[in-house]
Write a protein that binds this ligand. Structure first.
Ligand SMILES: *Cc1c(COP(=O)(O)O)cnc(C)c1O
Length: 456
């Protein structure tokens, strides 16, 4: 096998590790996030050749470059084929402006792309080493269901999901609680941040070390790499032959894992003109991009695009690192990033709830395209960019805005806005009648710890 690509921590105080070590550890010991030491490059002719390949083969060719010397080609090929067995529609809105629907996976959010691959890779390495892992994950909705579903039934892995009992929709809850088996779901009478705090405390508790705890949230490099792929896929399907062009992508963002996948794709050689990072009213990033000064938002604001209610995106440390700076896990900048370069490649805008609702209504009225709140933030971000740079609105300019969840996950909002009940995708059918396995727990670390020690 070829020489391994190593991964360094953004806090620069931990040893470099292999992909499998980074994957199984999650966070680096110095609390930084892992990034590859060098970014693999894909030549343009190879990227052009992707037009002939199905999604899973593009996934194979992009991801193998991050796993050199870490997995046999045939093994990786089998994992991606198994993980990506659902469509990735590109819907035309107008001219050469498209919505990429990343909502066709088993839990109907884009998080399936990453969770399914991460689960399979983890299982592969655990079996190889005869290890076991206990995944703890706090969720405000989509991560919990994607992870629970992706890890359901895998050997050597147990999953504990903590969620704020009253803050997820019935459908979101049932996507997690109806599984059972190796998926253990805890409902807490708390906010998401409290759930997250319990998980973090468990990670640093020496009494739990023997349980081999790990995390499945977007700080894990194993979740990031699969999210590079669909940017290449969109370009391969939409580019015009014999016509050099660069894409504008708009990414509705919360923890910035999705957007980091896109930025990495660009740094690997994908022809991108601009990334639009659209946030909801949690506008810490657009402010940072404008001023170079970073202030997190505490507590984060509650918006209807609830999966993006993030006041301090954990992946920001990675973005800053890619632009030559250094930010620690608390959001303190130790070395400034190249802000001019960042502004050249990225445009960022905050979208209010009111604008989000108007966008859902208007996009349906004008184009018969059904968006949900997260995708609407992305599309509104693209429109905001055109407003500021009208010449970019040119009909020939290729633009792709990401739709990150299925509208049927938010039936109440959509019903209210356009009087339509979004049709249920197959993956969400049949949830209503199923039995739920869920344990209610008070927000108390000792109770949580006792649960872990008693159960595992
Ligand atoms: C998680 C999530 C996002 C935000 O993605 P990040 O990678 O955290 O920026 C956007 N939309 C939906 C539907 C999500 O579940």
């Amino acid at each position: 096998m070829k020489e391994k690509l190593l991964y360094y921590s953004t806090n620069l105080k931990a040893e470099k590790v292999s992909f499998s070590q980074a994957l199984l550890q999650g966070q680096a010991p110095d609390r930084g996030l892992y990034l590859p030491e060098s970014i693999p490059q894909i030549p343009l002719d190879v990227i052009f050749g992707y037009s002939q390949l199905p999604y899973y083969q593009i996934a194979y060719d992009v991801m193998r470059r991050f796993l050199t010397g870490e997995i046999e080609d045939g093994e990786l090929a089998a994992l991606v084929e198994d993980a990506y067995d659902y469509p990735v529609p590109l819907e035309k809105v107008c001219d050469r402006k498209f919505i990429m629907r990343l909502d066709q996976g088993p839990t109907a959010s884009f998080k399936d792309f990453a969770a399914r691959m991460m689960g399979r890779l983890m299982q592969y390495y655990l079996k190889l080493n005869g290890q076991k892992l206990l995944i703890l994950t706090a969720t405000s909705g989509d991560t919990g269901s994607a992870v629970a579903n992706a890890f359901y039934g895998l050997d050597n892995i147990q999953v504990v999901v903590l969620f704020p009992g009253t803050e997820v929709t019935d459908r979101q809850r049932k996507q997690m609680t109806t599984l059972g088996n190796n998926v253990h779901v805890l409902a807490l009478d708390a906010k998401f941040d409290d759930c997250q705090a319990l998980v973090k405390q468990a990670f640093s508790d020496p009494d739990l070390e023997h349980l081999s705890l790990s995390s499945a949230n977007s700080i894990n490099i194993g979740r990031l790499i699969p999210q590079i792929v669909y940017y290449f896929y969109a370009f391969s399907r939409l580019r015009l032959e014999n016509h050099p062009e660069e894409v504008i992508f708009s990414v509705p963002s919360g923890n910035f894992g999705d957007m980091m996948g896109g930025i990495l794709a660009m740094k690997m050689g994908l022809p991108v003109k601009k990334f639009i990072i659209a946030t909801n009213e949690n506008d810490e990033f657009p402010k940072y991009l404008a001023s170079g000064h970073y202030d997190k938002i505490e507590p984060s604001k509650n918006c209807i695009s609830s999966a993006m209610n993030v006041g301090h995106p954990s992946n920001l440390a990675r973005l800053v690192a890619l632009y030559g700076g250094q930010m620690d896990e608390k959001g303190i900048i130790h070395q400034a990033a190249d802000m001019d370069m960042m502004r050249k490649e990225i445009f960022s805008v905050s979208v209010t709830d009111q604008q989000t609702r108007e966008t859902i209504r208007k996009t349906y009225q004008d184009h018969h395209i059904l968006l949900e709140p997260h995708g609407a933030v992305g599309w509104a971000g693209l429109l905001a960019y055109f407003k500021e740079y009208p010449h970019e609105a040119d009909q020939a300019q290729l633009c792709v805005s990401l739709e990150t969840a299925h509208p049927a996950k938010f039936p109440e909002e959509i019903q209210r806005l356009i009087g339509l009940n979004p049709p249920l995708p197959k993956s969400l059918e049949g949830l209503d009648g199923k039995a739920e396995f869920v344990k209610n727990l008070p927000v108390d670390y000792l109770d949580f710890k006792k649960f872990l020690l008693d159960t595992f």
